[in-house]
Design a protein around this ligand. Structure first.
Ligand code: HEC
Ligand code: HEC
Ligand code: HEC
Ligand code: HEC
Ligand code: HEC
Ligand code: HEC
Ligand code: HEC
Ligand code: HEC
Ligand code: HEC
Ligand code: HEC
Length: 347
């Protein structure tokens, strides 16, 4: 819990209702708020709704006042006087290409993103400029607005309503314009950007079976669009199988003898990031197969019947369905088979 104390500029005007009433997520510190959101929301809905209403009111009035106080555009020359470092780094960025009429460089330059800075340049007051850094107290919505003025299409089409917008992330949680990294990211590589918040995923990347993300053969963005998707979990496809089959065409089929769960959802047996079992499986054979295949009869009898006699020990070992690759010892074509006698996925 904390109080918003800003009183002028583009900050919020001091509210008569203490923000301490609002739960932490609305402390307006996007980065921190976001990390606090794992908790239990039950029973808080009403409070949240009230708080958002109050906040929206103050955001609107606060900023309406702020804009008047900020004066007009002064141009990059002026900014350069005090912010040479940011100017230099900005020049390395696509947004600095004047030849492209759509970029900020062809418009108000620095002030396309940071807003008019006339009075800021005179008073050198941080509160009088749109500070977009992750530490700034400006609400994420307000920071994002500056970007969304130009970025509404392509990967950004589904930003509104996406999980990351929902969880009050701002563009600058992942992007920076004064560091010179690819795609204007805030860290040298995409993985580093993502695992800063997604530590459990990071740990999965160290398991024995995993997608080769650490080797930089693929990246989070090959499967996810962090800006929003139609599918669940920000998976960048209509549904998950289509995403997997983009790279694993050999599993696509159509098969003469299909194995229904493969057509249905790869994640019935696989986990995407990392697994302690082979081949990214989310369970160990034979138990994985026995989740669906009857615990009686062939699939359920893990040891051969009547194998007590010594001369049957060889047979028993061969027929041991819990041994080595278990069911996969025999059922090798587990995704489906195109062999004329592959009905039981043996070949
Ligand atoms: C006369 C000097 C001066 C001029 C001119 C100036 N600024 Fe600043 N600016 C400052 C100072 C001082 C700060 C506060 C720095 C701090 O607190 O670390 C600041 C802070 C900022 C910040 C916020 C940094 C943060 O902490 O997030 C931004 C953004 C910014 N200026 C952009 C601009 C832009 C854009 C222009 C041109 C329109 C401009 N400035 C012109 C002196 C100036
Ligand atoms: C495309 C939008 C955009 C443009 C154009 C832009 N900035 Fe920024 N600026 C940002 C964002 C986002 C941040 C916060 C994240 C970061 O560190 O890059 C930022 C941060 C800053 C900061 C705070 C720096 C810090 O290290 O905390 C200053 C000062 C600043 N910008 C000045 C400028 C100046 C001067 C220009 C023009 C030469 C400029 N910006 C152009 C988006 C922009
Ligand atoms: C005045 C318009 C404008 C504004 C404001 C703007 N951008 Fe852009 N941005 C562009 C254009 C134009 C491109 C080039 C797009 C292309 O090639 O399709 C671009 C490219 C990008 C790229 C990818 C290219 C790269 O390597 O950097 C990112 C990421 C990006 N913008 C993020 C942002 C964010 C975040 C903000 C807000 C802080 C922002 N932009 C503000 C116009 C803008
Ligand atoms: C959770 C992290 C994250 C957030 C939040 C985020 N981005 Fe991105 N953005 C990325 C990553 C990662 C890429 C690079 C994707 C790639 O290489 O395919 C990217 C790429 C882009 C691109 C280039 C798209 C292209 O077609 O190459 C633009 C433009 C962009 N972001 C704008 C924005 C804007 C505007 C916002 C805020 C509304 C935003 N991003 C918020 C992570 C993020
Ligand atoms: C500033 C922190 C932050 C960063 C950086 C970040 N995320 Fe997230 N992400 C979140 C939060 C918070 C959630 C919601 C978690 C929840 O609901 O449990 C989330 C959820 C997700 C989800 C699940 C979506 C859903 O609908 O359940 C995916 C996938 C995801 N992020 C991918 C990424 C990728 C890829 C990147 C890097 C480009 C990234 N995130 C960077 C904070 C972050
Ligand atoms: C091979 C594709 C693929 C790659 C690469 C990938 N993901 Fe995922 N991710 C998925 C799929 C598919 C899901 C949905 C899982 C589900 O529905 O249970 C998912 C789910 C998630 C979730 C939601 C939480 C969960 O475990 O269900 C987060 C967060 C996430 N991914 C983050 C990341 C990050 C961060 C990276 C990069 C380090 C990354 N992913 C790389 C495919 C991928
Ligand atoms: C962007 C391409 C790409 C996408 C999308 C993708 N994969 Fe992969 N996958 C790979 C690569 C590369 C490897 C490593 C292959 C190698 O090392 O020979 C791999 C390996 C695997 C492996 C074998 C792992 C092992 O330890 O042997 C499985 C299983 C797998 N992927 C399942 C999936 C599933 C399920 C999905 C969908 C959620 C998916 N993949 C999406 C590229 C991708
Ligand atoms: C019924 C469970 C099941 C389903 C559903 C399933 N798989 Fe598999 N998959 C397996 C098993 C078991 C293995 C290990 C095979 C082996 O070790 O011979 C495997 C191995 C793999 C491999 C590693 C390469 C190989 O052949 O060794 C890839 C890639 C793969 N699966 C992709 C997929 C994709 C993509 C989907 C969804 C279209 C999918 N799987 C659905 C059980 C399944
Ligand atoms: C999500 C449930 C599910 C899982 C897990 C599963 N299967 Fe299946 N399997 C099915 C269904 C459904 C059929 C089709 C049954 C039918 O056509 O009567 C099937 C068919 C088969 C068949 C052909 C049976 C026949 O009568 O033609 C074999 C062999 C088989 N599965 C082996 C495996 C093996 C080995 C595994 C573990 C790697 C496994 N299954 C995991 C659901 C599953
Ligand atoms: C020693 C080799 C072998 C092992 C190990 C094995 N199977 Fe089979 N399985 C077969 C053969 C051979 C058939 C075909 C029998 C027939 O056509 O009458 C078969 C048929 C099946 C069938 C279809 C007929 C039926 O009885 O329902 C299913 C389902 C099946 N196996 C599942 C499994 C599962 C699950 C495992 C692991 C617990 C497993 N099998 C382990 C050899 C094996």
């Amino acid at each position: 819990m904390r109080l918003i104390t800003r009183t002028k500029g583009i900050g919020l005007i001091k509210p008569p209702v203490p923000f301490a009433l609002c739960p932490e997520p609305y402390s307006l510190n996007a980065h921190k708020a976001v990390m606090d959101l794992g908790g239990d929301f039950s029973g808080m809905k009403q409070l949240l709704l009230t708080c958002s209403a109050i906040i929206m009111l103050f955001i609107t009035t606060g900023f309406a006042l702020g804009n008047e106080e900020r004066g007009g555009y002064v141009g990059t020359e002026t900014c350069l006087e005090c912010h040479e470092e940011q100017y230099e780094s900005y020049l390395k960025n696509y947004h600095a290409i004047e030849g492209d009429p759509r970029t900020p460089a062809a418009k108000q330059m620095c002030e396309s993103c940071h807003g008019p800075g006339e009075i800021h340049a005179e008073e050198e007051d941080v509160e009088l400029i749109l500070a977009m850094g992750r530490d700034s107290d400006v609400p994420a919505v307000k920071k994002n607005e500056a970007c969304l003025e130009c970025h509404t299409k392509g990967k950004l089409t589904l930003w509104h309503g996406s999980t990351h917008e929902d969880r009050i992330l701002s563009c600058s949680n992942c992007h920076s314009f004064h560091k010179g990294y690819q795609k204007s990211l805030s860290k040298p590589s995409e993985i580093e950007v993502c695992v800063e918040c997604h530590q459990p995923i990071r740990s999965q990347l160290f398991r024995r079976s995993r997608h080769p993300l650490r080797e930089k053969k693929i990246k989070c963005g090959d499967c996810h669009n962090p800006h929003g998707t139609i599918a669940d979990k920000l998976v960048d496809a209509q549904y998950v199988n289509l995403k997997c089959l983009e790279c694993h065409a050999e599993v696509r089929g159509p098969f003469l003898w299909e194995h229904p769960p493969t057509v249905e959802n790869c994640l019935t047996c696989h986990t995407p990031h990392g697994s302690t079992h082979v081949a990214l499986l989310n369970g160990k054979t034979p138990y994985l197969c026995q989740r669906c295949h009857s615990n009686q009869g062939h699939a359920g009898e893990l040891y051969a019947r009547g194998a007590s006699q010594a001369n049957q020990s060889v047979y028993r070992a061969l027929n041991n369905k819990a041994f080595y690759r278990a069911c996969l010892n025999c059922h090798t074509s587990v995704h489906g088979s195109n062999h004329s006698s592959g009905k039981t996925l043996l070949r």
